[in-house]
Design a protein around this ligand. Structure first.
Ligand code: SF4
Ligand code: SF4
Ligand code: SF4
Length: 376
């Protein structure tokens, strides 16, 4: 195995191939404080990509309720069990093992294989909260009874386990955008990628007898548009862009700003060692120990930074730009109360006010001589 740098765990780790970062890296940031589990994203993906034979239970984008929901069943519990102790202190390297380091001698990565029926209950555990609500309970922060929604796509990882495990070398990572694809003509359906991907985002099609996964909506991305699951997000909780590693981060790049500059968006289960490229703004109301296991030791800082954004007009501007355009924003700025996004050439795509104008109408309308019943 080669030694590669993984900035998310703050140390080198073992991986079957030498370190190679693409020219730019596809990435999505999700604000988990805003997801309402409407599943519009899941259906946008399904109607675009997975409505064919053998894809009946396939959701390349899914939304599960944490802590009890999971698709496939118990995927995260079963993966975390493989790692053993995951000791990690803030600002220090991760001391535990990644899935590549926890692998048995004959394996590429520690893994498990979901059974067919594990994929059949994508909404299992939906809206089930942690803890029991009894009479007299009241809300505190963080909530003592809690759940949150976790939308998930393939993370187009920097160190993909699916790619590392494929004996046919049918999986490749594109140089132009870092999207990880399965070459359908090379795949023989051995299912090694399905077993190795800890996020369970490579799936086996029993009809075509080859494996499939989220394609990052590459045809849209090539045209400068965000993926279908991002464009159609009702809650405007997502933004897709190109993330740089921390040593190349740009303050005017929307994804870099949220992940590197403000430190409010975190990778999920970074201890697995894949350097996943989807990032989450953690939910402020949920149990901090649970969130720390999922997002690493910077959760408390990320939540504090998020809660202090009310003092930061630039960050507020970026949050209102999320979901404001179907195009990819390569750069943004916030000037005189307006947040603006730009395309790759630097041309303006969209401009939105950071604070929406509030207009109070007088109850008595003199022009019409009537009293208006304002709806609060
Ligand atoms: S469309 Fe957006 S708000 Fe709705 S479930 Fe998906 S991520 Fe959440
Ligand atoms: S999330 Fe899984 S399927 Fe996607 S690139 Fe990473 S290892 Fe591969
Ligand atoms: S990026 Fe495209 S292919 Fe991937 S989950 Fe979203 S809609 Fe589906």
């Amino acid at each position: 195995m080669a030694k590669v740098k993984n900035w998310q765990i703050n140390r080198e780790m073992e991986y079957p191939y030498e370190e190679h970062r693409p020219k730019r890296q596809w990435s999505i940031v999700f604000d988990l404080n805003k997801c309402i589990a409407c599943q519009t994203c899941s259906l946008a993906c399904k109607t675009t990509w997975t409505s064919g034979k053998g894809q009946e239970y396939m959701f390349w984008n899914n939304v599960e309720t944490k802590p009890y929901g999971s698709y496939p069943l118990a995927w995260d519990v079963r993966v975390l069990e493989q790692l053993g102790q995951q000791e990690w202190k803030k600002k220090e390297p991760y001391y535990g093992k990644t899935i590549f380091e926890a692998a048995q001698p004959e394996e590429v990565a520690a893994h498990f294989a979901p059974k067919d029926e594990d994929w059949m209950y994508p909404n299992m555990g939906e809206d089930d909260c942690a803890g029991t609500v009894v009479g007299g309970d009241h809300i505190s922060m963080p909530h003592n009874k809690w759940f949150f929604y976790l939308p998930r796509t393939c993370a187009h990882c920097t160190y993909p386990a699916c790619l590392a495990a494929c004996p046919r070398k049918a999986i490749y990572k594109r140089e132009e955008d870092g999207i990880v694809l399965i070459d359908q003509s090379r795949c023989k359906g051995y299912g090694e990628c399905v077993r190795a991907c800890p996020y369970k985002k490579s799936m086996y099609n029993t009809y075509t007898r080859v494996s499939e996964k989220c394609v990052g909506c590459y045809p849209a991305v090539e045209q400068g548009y965000q993926p279908m699951c991002v464009q159609n997000c009702i809650g405007k909780i997502r933004i897709m862009g190109f993330i740089n590693p921390p040593w190349k981060a740009r303050d005017d790049n929307p994804v870099d700003y949220l992940v590197h500059k403000k430190g409010i968006a975190l990778p999920y289960y970074p201890q697995l060692g894949l350097e996943p490229n989807i990032y989450y703004i953690p939910p402020i109301h949920a149990d901090r120990n649970y969130l720390t296991q999922m997002f690493g030791p910077n959760v408390e800082t990320a939540i504090n930074n998020y809660q202090s954004l009310r003092e930061d007009p630039v960050a507020q501007g970026l949050l209102v730009l999320m979901g404001s355009s179907d195009r990819i924003l390569h750069r943004f700025d916030v000037v005189k109360g307006w947040a603006t996004g730009y395309d790759e050439k630097g041309d303006k795509i969209v401009s939105v006010p950071v604070n929406e104008a509030l207009i109070e109408r007088p109850a008595f309308d003199e022009a019409r001589g009537l009293i208006r019943g304002n709806t609060p």
